[in-house]
Design a protein around this ligand. Structure first.
Ligand code: SF4
Length: 480
């Protein structure tokens, strides 16, 4: 019997990519897959045999550990699935992602309803693992520690024919004291430049126009060109010559330049960057290549040097500000966004005020602001979490309110502009409406036929809706 699998992704784009690969391997092995939008977890009333996803035979959650809240959500669902299994004992429940890497077998003890766990380096073994559970009804785990946790596969079930995530490295060698990534994803490992180039070329040949390069810290990418370099510099890759740095490695700016030469690729984005590795060289490459996204996400975390030091962010506020100013000088149409932690250990009111002042000074287009939550095993877990919850909540709200005001003021300046928009999809809300993105990754909704999806259109911005602009087509559209 064909098992029906529902996969639910939590957390970052790396998890979304891993889930796309997991879907690919499962459907290739004959499992029936629910698409992300269809699926949610079966309600306790599943025993009554409700509609579509309630009929899932396997529920797999791809988990995130970056904040306490993300873990709480998964614990809540595991609790609910425990109830479902009382009336649906054959249901198979599994976990993948960062919580598996962090907690491992401890999760089996705490959740007897959990049947299997698979590590981010073992996704290929998913079909076999589910079969093993189905046959033996015993808890099993496959969690490899070493090696790359990136699997390029033409089986991956992408959610869009024209866009793709492209992980280029995993792990992180930085030591930000609040961060669990070095624990869950390990040390930095970069995909060989040749593999990245080959996968990007394959995606372009497959109709992808826009790739987003993924890594916990993409701009510290160090690709090893030497692996199988012989074949790279000649046969089959258009005689591409690599410019390796002194250590014979391909740096991130070089990788970007290489990928910009792939004919079919029209837009290249990347996330997430660290200020320490946001170099003049990178800024110059962005300036020279119009294909490279004009959205630059550069987490600041705090405007206070004292807190940046406690976080071991390896830079001061002034150094960060100098990078932002230089980038804006070289790439005037750049859009800057950031991440901020409110209420980190030891944060005073004065520290908080410096972050508010940083917002006024830098005027980000968007900021992702989170209340600090202690992550077990991180260096900051040894520091006292001494900012009371209500103070964290108040500071978080003040930052959100200020950023909302700044985002709207920045957005007002776009009204009337004519911009190139990549038509991504027909909006779910209304037919005849297209959702697209500018090269700054700003969302625009405009009237147009579905045939425009996957094309670039000249759009005049006519107004501001909630989180998107409204626009109208300037020139008669060229359908795909
Ligand atoms: S650079 Fe990012 S991923 Fe790496 S430790 Fe710091 S916050 Fe975590």
């Amino acid at each position: 019997m064909k098992l029906k699998v529902a996969i639910k992704s939590f957390g970052c784009q790396m998890n979304v990519y891993d889930s796309e690969v997991a879907r690919g391997f499962l459907s290739d092995a004959g499992f029936e897959i629910y698409s992300e939008s269809e699926e949610s977890l079966p309600a306790p009333s599943a025993a009554q045999g409700g509609g579509g996803e309630e009929n899932a035979d396997v529920i797999l959650m791809n988990t995130c550990s970056v904040r306490e809240h993300a873990e709480e959500r998964v614990y809540g669902r595991l609790g609910m699935l425990g109830k479902v299994k009382k009336t649906k004992p054959d249901l198979i429940v599994g976990l993948m992602g960062c919580m598996v890497e962090e907690h491992r077998e401890k999760l089996f003890k705490r959740f007897p309803q959990l049947d299997f766990m698979i590590g981010t380096r073992n996704i290929k073994e998913l079909p076999g693992l589910i079969e093993e559970v189905r046959k033996n009804r015993r808890q099993v785990a496959q969690i490899r520690q070493d090696g790359l946790s990136i699997e390029y596969s033409d089986l991956a079930k992408r959610s869009s024919p024209h866009q793709a995530w492209l992980p280029i490295m995993t792990g992180c060698d930085k030591v930000c004291t609040f961060c669990i990534v070095p624990i869950t994803r390990g040390a930095e490992v970069s995909m060989p430049a040749r593999e990245v180039y080959r996968e990007a070329s394959r995606l372009a040949a497959d109709g992808v126009k826009w790739v987003t390069l993924l890594g916990q810290n993409v701009n510290s990418y160090r690709g090893n060109p030497s692996a199988r370099a012989a074949s790279f510099e000649g046969a089959g890759d258009g005689g591409k010559v690599l410019i390796a740095d002194g250590k014979g490695e391909i740096t991130f700016p070089r990788l970007l330049e290489m990928l910009c030469e792939i004919e079919g690729l029209k837009r290249i984005s990347f996330t997430t960057s660290h200020p320490h590795d946001a170099t003049e060289d990178l800024f110059q490459v962005i300036r020279r290549n119009p294909k490279i996204s004009r959205r630059f996400h550069l987490p600041l975390q705090s405007g206070s040097d004292r807190i940046l030091k406690r976080m071991k962010r390896l830079h001061t506020y002034d150094e960060y500000l100098a990078s932002i100013r230089r980038l804006r000088e070289l790439v005037p149409d750049i859009s800057i966004t950031t991440d901020i932690i409110a209420g980190f250990s030891g944060e005073t009111e004065e520290d908080h005020l410096t972050t508010l002042r940083a917002f006024e000074e830098i005027r980000y287009d968007a900021a992702y602001i989170y209340k600090y939550s202690v992550r077990p095993g991180t260096p900051a877990a040894k520091l006292s979490d001494d900012v009371p919850q209500e103070i964290k909540a108040r500071r978080n709200a003040e930052l959100l309110d200020l950023q909302k005001k700044i985002s709207r003021e920045n957005a007002q300046k776009w009204i009337g502009r004519e911009v190139t928009v990549f038509a991504e999809a027909v909006t779910a809300k209304k037919t005849g409406q297209i959702l697209g993105s500018t090269v700054q990754d700003k969302k625009v909704v405009f009237e147009g036929p579905a045939g425009l999806v996957g094309t670039f259109q000249e759009i005049r911005i006519t107004g501001l809706r909630n989180d998107a602009f409204s626009g109208e087509i300037v020139t008669a559209p060229a359908l795909l």
